[in-house]
Design a protein around this ligand. Structure first.
Ligand SMILES: Cc1cc2nc3c(=O)[nH]c(=O)nc-3n(C[C@H](O)[C@H](O)[C@H](O)COP(=O)(O)OP(=O)(O)OC[C@H]3O[C@@H](n4cnc5c(N)ncnc54)[C@H](O)[C@@H]3O)c2cc1C
Length: 431
């Protein structure tokens, strides 16, 4: 099936290579290994590292990063076309050096890190020799940063951190946690929180539980419920300036959200391909499912929704390239983030329906994808919050009408039209 969107011939060649490589070499890992993040697992390393080397040899490693960090400095449009292929496989981002949350953590270490922080944490992270974790959400609140309570207090040359973090993905594999803590409770949360690099083996950190999403492989990567009890980090482990945590977090979330959306296109397309194949393969009541008009409606709706979403993602990617700053494209990224769960959810639900009872079993990937769609409505900010961001920005550009009846009220609009063309109408009458 063609998903035509032209790019230059040389890059198309790379996309074709990526497509074949992911399908033939990487997707099988999803079925055999538990987690792409378990860098301590020798079996995972034996299979993953040679594939990573092939990606490096092809010049496609960590394409989202600038060349000085070992990447390709690809713009977002190229990344979108590439990521929609990587979205087919949960191992593909790791094989291509762009897996979350490490990719976002690398971006902020590159942008805000000191030379020493880059040497100690960024370099091994870029090589996938270690993995990292982002610890912002707390048990009492995730979507509203003003609810965060984890506190960092200055003590001589150190900061001492106490509090709890929740849903810190990959905490049990991570070498360090990028942790947000309140450093000045007397100013607004947006100015009183700072970001720290906390080594995972710092005394005082405990993983209370490794929480798993229902329906996910219980041996796969989980999400840490963490306790920080007087955890001491040297002052040079602050990432960015004091009070800058919110700005630092936004830097990584902008890229994270749009790259996730790019990969979701690939995940949804995989479900769509299966839906179509089943429709042309299976018969009921004297005819192929593909020939039933209600099934055709499901195929048409799925294709339209996926392509609409893809164009929204590509346009947002193009805008980020043009503006050169995620912040300037905040509303568009929020629109993408809010649309993403529904597109995947609806296409996957139809794929389940068309597959009948087979669709709902653990012999098919759909229920796992359905769970993914629910996660997408929560992680990196709930859908409601993104809709609010989008609507606020859209409405902020609209001026209230000065009169009781708005300008576009038909009698007023007609008056203006007459004023503009009245003379011409009168002249035409005389023809
Ligand atoms: C799989 C997964 C991985 C994650 N990984 C990480 C990670 O690595 N690091 C990290 O720090 N966090 C992570 N999170 C946490 C995630 O970012 C938070 O769950 C999210 O920000 C929502 O916070 P909350 O769960 O506390 O929900 P709450 O803040 O309690 O909100 C609950 C619900 O209230 C509604 N709501 C909230 N605000 C509004 C509003 N203004 N208007 C209307 N309705 C509203 C929404 O429906 C929302 O889902 C992860 C979450 C998941 C599911």
């Amino acid at each position: 099936m063609s998903w035509g969107f032209e790019t230059d011939a040389a890059f198309q060649k790379e996309l074709d290579w990526i497509d074949a490589f992911v399908r033939e070499e990487v997707e099988p890992l999803d079925l055999l290994l538990d987690s792409p993040y378990d860098v301590g697992d020798p079996v995972r390393n034996r299979l993953v590292k040679p594939l990573q080397q092939r990606v490096r040899d092809r010049g496609l490693w960590a394409c989202h990063l600038e060349p000085e960090l070992g990447g390709q400095g690809y713009g977002q449009v190229k990344l979108a076309l590439m990521n929609e292929i990587l979205g087919r496989s949960s191992f593909a981002p790791t094989v291509f050096g762009c897996q979350a949350p490490d990719s976002g953590n690398a971006e902020i270490l590159a942008k805000y890190g000191t030379p020493e922080q880059k040497r100690k944490y960024l370099q091994p992270l870029l090589g996938n020799d270690i993995v990292s974790c982002f610890a912002m959400t707390e048990p009492q609140g995730g979507s509203d940063p003003t609810t965060f309570r984890t506190r960092a207090v200055r003590d001589g040359d150190d900061w001492v951190i106490s509090g709890q973090k929740w849903f810190a993905s990959n905490a049990n594999y991570a070498a360090f946690y990028i942790t947000l803590a309140v450093t000045d409770p007397d100013v607004s949360a947006y100015k009183g929180m700072s970001m720290f690099i906390v080594p995972a083996d710092a005394p005082g950190i405990r993983i209370l539980r490794d929480v798993h999403v229902v329906g996910r492989n219980p041996r796969g990567h989980g999400h840490g419920y963490l306790a920080f009890d007087q955890v001491r980090v040297p002052a040079d482990h602050m990432l960015g300036r004091p009070g800058e945590a919110f700005v630092v977090a936004q830097t990584r979330l902008g890229g994270g959200r749009i790259h996730h959306a790019m990969r979701t296109i690939g995940e949804a397309r995989k479900a769509f391909d299966m839906l179509c194949e089943r429709a042309v393969s299976r018969s009921a009541q004297r005819g192929r499912l593909a020939d039933k008009q209600l099934v055709q409606a499901m195929v048409a709706d799925s294709w339209i929704e996926l392509e609409q979403f893809r164009l929204l993602v590509l346009r947002t990617a193009w805008l980020i390239d043009k503006e050169g700053d995620y912040k300037k494209v905040r509303k568009d990224i929020s629109a993408v983030k809010a649309a993403m769960p529904k597109v995947l959810h609806d296409i996957v639900s139809r794929a389940i329906q068309i597959h009948g009872s087979l669709g709902i079993t653990n012999e098919m990937p759909f229920v796992d994808q359905l769970v993914s769609s629910l996660i997408m409505g929560l992680a990196d900010g709930p859908t409601e919050v993104h809709k609010i961001t989008l609507a606020r920005e859209l409405l902020s550009e609209v001026a209230p009408s000065a009169e009781l009846f708005p300008d576009y009220h038909l009698p007023r609009a007609r008056e203006r039209a007459r004023a503009k063309y009245g003379a011409a109408l009168q002249a035409a009458d005389g023809l």
